[in-house]
Ligand binder design. Structure first.
Ligand code: ZN
Length: 278
């Protein structure tokens, strides 16, 4: 039976279900294509992906975190409002999915401000967390996150548990809640013909094996491990992939000591433990 517990004493793993609701901005900002066909792939995430995801989360009464670019808020306000209304956390994910390593510090500042404006204007949200578009960062990123009051980042990949963000050799007050490409749907499933060819389209049996075994390892190791799935409504929202996600979720729920949490809760839990440790 699943026992959702925050106490580190009985907890074996923190599990975060995260969804990057990139919609059209993935194609406009990351792939830099604006054809109707590419944009329609992004729209699939809003039209089909998010409703299916919300339904699955509601079925199992699970919390989730959605990282949403400002452009998605402006194109799909009702879908974003439905995510907020369901009680899920919303984090910052750029404005037009601009990779920060391709921006000047001033352009990056503008991107952060435009993203904050859209999240507040559409969803009434002042996000605590930031996940950079494409998991890319610049040397200016963490200074900007500190300046704008972010509590955690979800863009780095250095550990299987939360840790302090270092900015050019100095510890910051920002918590890293790391991800992993192995636990990201786009690495396995995303097909693209142009501007780059991505083979994608993996069968779910392979990805399910990777996701389940990575969870099993995290659970077995225990302690402060976290297991962060990164998914995209326009990718994971297909029927066969949603069935896989449901199987992975029910596998996780069969284990004891699992804490399903939003990302800001995992970051806060790290802060609490650091404080307690003095
Ligand atoms: Zn993204």
């Amino acid at each position: 039976m699943c026992t959702t517990t925050r106490s580190i004493g009985s907890r074996k793993v923190s599990v975060a279900l995260t969804f990057d609701f990139d919609a059209e901005s993935a194609w406009l900002g990351a792939f830099k294509v604006d054809t109707p066909s590419a944009l329609s792939r992004g729209a699939y995430g809003a039209n089909e992906g998010v409703p299916r995801i919300l339904k699955l989360l509601e079925k199992y009464n699970l919390p989730a975190t959605f990282f949403i670019p400002g452009d998605t808020c402006d194109r799909h306000p009702d879908v974003v409002k439905a995510i907020a209304a369901a009680g899920h956390e919303i984090g910052h994910h750029g404005y037009l999915h601009e990779a920060p390593n391709g921006l000047t510090p001033e352009e990056e500042r503008t991107m952060i401000e435009r993203g904050l404006d859209a999240l507040y204007r559409i969803a009434g949200v002042k996000p605590v967390g930031y996940r950079s578009p494409s998991w890319e960062l610049s040397k200016a990123t963490f200074g900007l996150l500190a300046e704008y009051g972010f509590g955690y980042d979800a863009s780095q990949l250095a550990r299987d548990r939360p840790y302090w963000v270092e900015d050019q050799g100095k510890q910051t007050n920002i918590v890293e809640v790391p991800g992993a490409w192995e636990l990201c749907d786009s690495a396995h499933f995303l097909f693209a013909y142009s501007p780059v060819y991505l083979v994608g389209l993996s069968g779910t049996s392979k990805v399910e094996e990777i996701w389940v075994e990575d969870f099993n390892g995290a659970h077995e190791e225990g302690g402060d491990t976290c297991y962060v799935l990164t998914m995209h409504p326009q990718i994971i929202g297909r029927h066969h992939r949603m069935q896989m996600v449901e199987r992975v979720i029910t596998h996780i729920m069969e284990h004891d000591g699992v804490w399903f949490a939003q990302m800001h809760e995992i970051a806060q839990d790290f802060l609490d433990r650091e404080k307690a440790a003095g």
